[in-house]
Write a protein of this length. Sequence first.
Length: 606
Amino acid sequence: MCGIVACVGREDSLEIILDGLKKLEYRGYDSAGVAIFSDDKVKVVKTRGKIANLRKKVAEQPLSGNCGIGHTRWATHGSPSTLNAHPHQYEQVTIVHNGIIENYAKIKANLEEQGNKFVSETDSEILAHLVQANLLQGKTPVQSLQNSLALLEGTWAVALLIEEQPHKIWCALNQSPLVLGKGRNGTYASSDLTAVLPYTREMIFPEDGDICELSSDSIKIIDKDGNQAERAPQIIDWNPVVAEKAGFKHFMLKEIHEQPRSVTDTFRGKIDRENFTVKLPELDLDFSSIGNIYLVACGTSYYAALIGKFLIERLARIPVYTDIGSEFRYRQPLIKQGDLLVSISQSGETADTLAAVKEAQKRGAKAVSISNVLNSQIPRISQFQLYTHAGPEIGVASTKAFTAQITALLLFALKLAQNRGTLQRKFREELIQEILALPSLMHQVVSHASHLNVIARRYGNARDFLYIGRGINYPIALEGALKMKEISYIHAEGYPAGEMKHGPIALIEDGLPTVVIATKNDLYEKIVSNLVEVKSRGGQIIAIASQGDDQIGEIANDLFLLPPTHYLLEPLLTVLPMQLLAYYMAVHKGTDVDQPRNLAKSVTVE
Ligand code: M6R
């Protein structure tokens, strides 16, 4: 999983590429490189580490020219090193690649037998050799790419320069993202449109198998059958400044604060405020004949799936199975024709979720994708698309995408319930009123962020955290623990509170911080009993409770109070202090909050 930026035009491309790569660092950041046509030669500069290192290196080895390609890498084949960094160059050909070439070892061995020498351990370098061999046989660049890619198994988005053909870039894709842009000063290619949004809003989404030829004022696309293809441009209305930090210290903090807006954007236009109904025209399904529903996702998106199960079963009374993406296809699932697989993926690229969708489709089920990235892989192969509108999420730790996913699942559950007649109008009306009021409550909660900062300071030396919740807030306990682990590197466990006495209570010892979600709902008395069990064994209680609760302050060591909302909407509020607590713990520890170690934003490998 890597990021690609390419551009050819009337301006110097180096700055455009470096700036674009910086925006794509969330895709991987262990090494980076750039190749620019300079005096009709392709010059490459690459280095280990982040884009800041690459900037330093190009300052020492100046480059300039109007046509170039760049790459930020997350290692899959070969260690993160300068030699393994892209671009890879072989004679006339220079390439950058995002994806995995599964059969590279065999091809590499064949090429080595023919005398080719490789300088990196990567799978990607073979493509430069294959294209070069075709060019030598007199093939055109498009034919050379077609012939070379036909030998490969796996996934790729590639951008390529050929030294004999200055001022042109060729790109190709297969199950890896690539977007093209056509602007006034040139044409662009990137793994994600945020990298080229400052230069154009006119985007083209090529299809798998397409080969694209970019010159300074045109984009030509040849489809997988070798025919010239027209791919209609789409105008993207995202503002480039939404992808900036807007004054916050980290993208994660900015994204936490954006949640009232992203939740609103996700339900915008989908609620009929007069009839208190939900409109989802994009889901043109026969809701009355759906068999079982499977919700499949990974990581934080899986916790959204657990909440989705709760909502769908409660509102629409249909059984729902939840599966982790990486498990689904290996357990011979019983999913069949008539069933529905709903995948949840912020990036729309997660390999395990993608494979689950394909498995379900193979078994005859239809697929709905809930995703945040327009035209990404999973929505593309799904029959139905329900987009969240969180905007670009740059922080590796998912925050606003999660609450947008819960919102989309809530709309989906309500739509199902509506069509199946499982809800009284009065109840629907009450719930929809509460949904409409929710963004302002979320705003109230995040505006008290500094209180979580104070609490985080108090537990600055903790080595472990326990999170407990019940009912619809149990997945929030899991999410709270995941957030703590991934950005502060502090060990944390999430449990359903009722499970404590079946084992985890043995962990409780003097001073262990335990975060308890104890909002005033039907399970309140039960969770207070669980909390007392922890407290009496020496645990330190951080309670997330409801405003007006006079009882809990006497037991808890620290308290964060939330405004009241409908029980089914509580996760959209209870998760906010979880995100903020993890954030401030990480800041106090001085970790790299937006790009935590060993992680990448999109996990496009199994
Ligand atoms: O893009 P996706 O929603 O499919 O990603 C799934 C997980 O990789 C992701 O949620 C991950 O767990 C995040 N780092 C959590 O903060």
